[in-house]
Design a protein around this ligand. Structure first.
Ligand SMILES: Nc1ncnc2c1ncn2[C@@H]1O[C@H](COP(=O)(O)OP(=O)(O)OP(=O)(O)O)[C@@H](O)[C@H]1O
Ligand SMILES: [Mg+2]
Length: 758
């Protein structure tokens, strides 16, 4: 079979144009990612060694999916393609080359927490007001300097930058950046931005290294090119300079990361950088119905800054976009949850055909609660990663120290955890000693008897000896044996085991889960190097989506719009369409920021294949207080012919075909209207959800046909409970279960995920 048969004429032309610079700027759903996927398969079929292909994607998940598709065409060879996010690919290269730029190969990757904790420590040492020099703000400033390739030395020499900091009342920013960079260096650590910054340093300073990779990566492809920052842009440009076989795809209308330094100009300048570029246009949207494509076009045309594009669909006309109004965020959740259940039954869909998208993570609470109430299974994407949990980070800090004892954030984290008599004063003394003598903290630890006295010297030196024993252990033992040994001998396992609270138990189980993961890793047959150091390498770059145990599970997906980029779902709900939320309050000051919010809305709308639902609430809790909300201006901007209102408009103008503007006015004069729904009571709330249950490791639902009253069960989310009643006939048996944490609940057995405990 012709493996390129699944492409239209222009897509195929873009795939077959394998040589020279190629650019595809095209609207959402037009097959850009598909072109990259097929292009890689095509190259390999033509005889190109997968090792010579580099593909940069926006998420690890996207890379994984792409690799699987390519594998289905070319087979196992696809394993050798260099494919992943900028951060993961260049972290891998830096591991090989780090020593050239003065870093150990086992350098640590500082995650956001490590970075902020280091910044706070520096602010404290410099006696700076941490309100004025807010750690997040400082982090943002350093990050943006690095992404623009401004080193700390250049920063301090740059008069314009210094003047800006002085004008903002933060004259010490340059000094903070300098100290921060020195501390990272001393610790053998790179933060996320360093992975790109140091790659640039490496490629700039070492022509032979640049040369090596230029010749290795004969073909380069970049997806979502509109969201690359300057640092990423330059890496790609340098690597492609010899062969110029570079293909970038993107959509300027979907550029949504300007706040993180992404520069839409990169796509606009591509033609200047490569005058002989071949440009391909893709205009047909294969993803969505005509209705959705029309609605999306009607929104994005309101932006002044955009490239002309014509996007059309030849799919079915499709249903109108449903707009729902709720009187509170909780009611909005209820409307969404009920719509999912109904539509699923009516159209014979699966839960995984649905996605709920929101502007801010905080909005997930009301949605989650509503879904739980009627037993709709869901998965939250982009929440905190498993590897960000405290207990996991603690154990990993011991691993980090074992392989890089200079890792100061890891050292500070566990030097006295579990408690071993090294108090804050002693730690302070170690920090001061290191600073005064220009030593690394680790040097002070191993020479504790010189710097400290008495009991604390002994405690610190024993800590050092313990880490050294871990290092010796790691040299000759498997990843799992080493990890287990460290978990036991550091005292972490014992400390968690002794904590019998529910949280303590779940922390203990998480550690077990981590150890299980390491065991699986030790037993993998597809990789050669299986040491704990290899397992550790990219942990800081993982998100919870990468830790997805069961990607095929039938669950509703919930995520922010930012996280939904590149994805698609048959039915999409965009919730919280209210002024000051979406568009966000912070974006209302400038046109460019408002345009970015509009692009974000465009991204959200274009995720839907068959059906789109929009909703807003007229009141919502934010920061603990109840606020009145107005419908979002984006509702006005959609072509009204595409909309179907699910409620009786409050304004007569709107009812007569007017717009949400009039609905907003009517809302302002709300007293003149009568409400059918009761107003919510104003009460301050904290989360009313009980703590999420963490299923026992290896949780697998049992066959419930043998379930009897009196049995103990574990529910995936509700935790442990006892069956108190069973009623109805198969397959519609209802079980009443008394859950320890939640009390009594009735569940339909055919849907409930229960494990029979005994
Ligand atoms: N020629 C084609 N025939 C059939 N289906 C296609 C074709 N081209 C693309 N598709 C399908 O259309 C959908 C959108 O494609 P793809 O995700 O590659 O678009 P995209 O341009 O990358 O979108 P986005 O801008 O959202 O990233 C996918 O489901 C893809 O498989
Ligand atoms: Mg795509």
């Amino acid at each position: 079979m012709d493996y390129l048969a699944g492409l239209n004429h222009s897509q195929r032309a873009a795939v077959e144009q394998t040589e020279g610079p190629v650019m595809i700027v095209a609207g959402a759903g037009s097959g850009k990612t598909r072109v990259i996927t097929y292009r890689v398969a095509h190259l390999i079929r033509k005889g190109v060694d997968p090792f010579n292909i580099l593909v940069l994607t926006f998420t690890n998940k996207a890379a994984k999916e792409m690799r699987e598709r390519i594998m289905s065409v070319v087979g196992q060879e696809a394993k050798n393609i260099w494919m992943g996010t900028f951060h993961s690919v260049f972290a891998r290269i830096l591991r090989v080359e780090a020593e050239l730029i003065g870093y150990p190969r086992n350098f640590t990757i500082y995650d956001t927490d490590d970075t902020k904790s280091l910044i706070r420590a520096i602010l404290k040492e410099m006696n700076l007001d941490d309100k004025l020099y807010n750690a997040n703000h400082v982090y943002g400033r350093i990050s943006s300097a690095k992404n623009n390739l401004i080193s700390p030395q250049e920063y301090n020499k740059n008069e314009a930058i210094m003047a800006e900091d002085i004008a903002n009342g933060r004259p010490q920013m340059g000094q903070i950046y300098l100290t921060y960079a020195q501390r990272c260096y001393r610790a053998g650590a790179m933060d996320f931005d360093d992975l790109l910054f140091k790659t640039n340093v490496l490629l700039n300073k070492y022509p032979e290294v640049l040369h090596k990779y230029q010749h290795q990566f004969k073909y380069l492809m970049v997806d979502e090119y509109q969201d690359t920052n300057f640092s990423q842009y330059l890496i790609v440009k340098r690597l492609a300079a010899v062969n110029e076989n570079i293909c970038v795809v993107g959509d300027d209308a979907q550029s949504i990361y300007a706040f993180r330094g992404a520069n839409i100009q990169n796509i606009l300048n591509f033609q200047k950088d490569y005058p002989d570029v071949q440009v391909f246009k893709l205009e047909q949207n294969y993803r969505s119905t005509k209705m959705i494509v029309n609605a999306a076009n009607s929104v994005i045309e309101k932006n002044q800054n955009q490239l002309e594009k014509n996007v059309f669909s030849e799919n079915e006309d499709g249903e109108k976009i449903k707009v729902a109004r709720a009187f509170s965020d909780n009611e909005e959740g209820k409307i969404v949850a009920e719509a999912i259940t109904q539509e699923r039954a009516l159209k014979n869909l699966r839960y995984k055909d649905f996605a709920i998208l929101y502007r801010t993570n905080a909005q997930s609470r009301a949605m989650e609660e509503a879904l739980r109430k009627i037993n709709v299974p869901y998965k939250l994407y982009g929440g905190t990663s498993f590897y960000q949990r405290k207990e996991i980070k603690d154990l990993i800090a011991y691993f980090r120290l074992t392989f890089n004892p200079n890792d100061e954030e890891a050292l500070k984290r566990v030097i006295n955890y579990p408690r071993r008599g090294i108090g804050d004063t002693t730690l302070e003394k170690i920090l001061v000693a290191a600073d005064q003598q220009q030593y690394r903290l680790w040097d002070v630890v191993v020479n504790a008897q010189t710097f400290l006295d008495g009991r604390s010297a002994n405690a610190v030196s024993n800590f050092g000896l313990m880490i050294q024993s871990f290092q010796a252990m790691a040299k000759t033992n498997s990843a799992f044996d080493t990890a287990m040994h460290i978990a036991q001998h550091s005292g972490i396992l014992k400390d968690l085991y002794e904590d019998k609270s529910v949280e303590g138990l779940s922390r203990y189980e998480n550690i077990q889960e981590l150890l299980n993961g390491i065991k699986e890793f030790s037993e993998r047959e597809d990789i050669e190097e299986k040491g704990l150091d290899v397992f550790m390498q990219d942990i800081a770059l993982l998100t919870n989506d990468d830790n997805d145990k069961d990607p095929n599970a039938d669950t509703v997906s919930m995520m922010t719009i930012h996280a939904s980029k590149g994805l698609e779902f048959p039915v999409v709900f965009i919730v919280g369409l209210e002024e000051n939320l979406f568009p966000s309050q912070l974006s209302l000051n400038s046109r460019s920021e408002l345009e970015e919010e509009r692009r974000l809305f465009y991204v959200a709308v274009t995720r839907a294949e068959k059906k789109l639902h929009l909703s807003y609430a007229t009141s919502r809790y934010r920061w603990g207080t109840l606020n009145n909300c107005e419908p979002s201006r984006f509702l006005d901007e959609l072509n009204p012919a595409c909309l179907e209102l699910d409620f009786k408009p409050r304004s007569t103008v709107m009812e007569a075909g007017g717009n949400f503007q009039s609905e907003r006015m009517a809302w302002k004069q709300k007293d003149t209207e009568s409400f059918s729904k009761p107003k919510p009571k104003v009460v301050k709330t904290t989360s009313i959800l009980p703590k999420a249950h963490v299923p026992t490791p290896g949780f697998a639902p049992s066959d419930t046909s043998t379930l009897q009253v009196g049995m103990e069960v574990e529910h995936e989310r509700f935790g442990f409970g006892k069956v108190v009643n069973l009623e109805g006939n198969r397959p519609d048996i209802k079980a009443t279960i008394f859950f320890k944490e939640l009390g009594q609940k009735q569940l339909l057995l055919k849907f409930a995920k229960l494990r029979i405990v005994q």
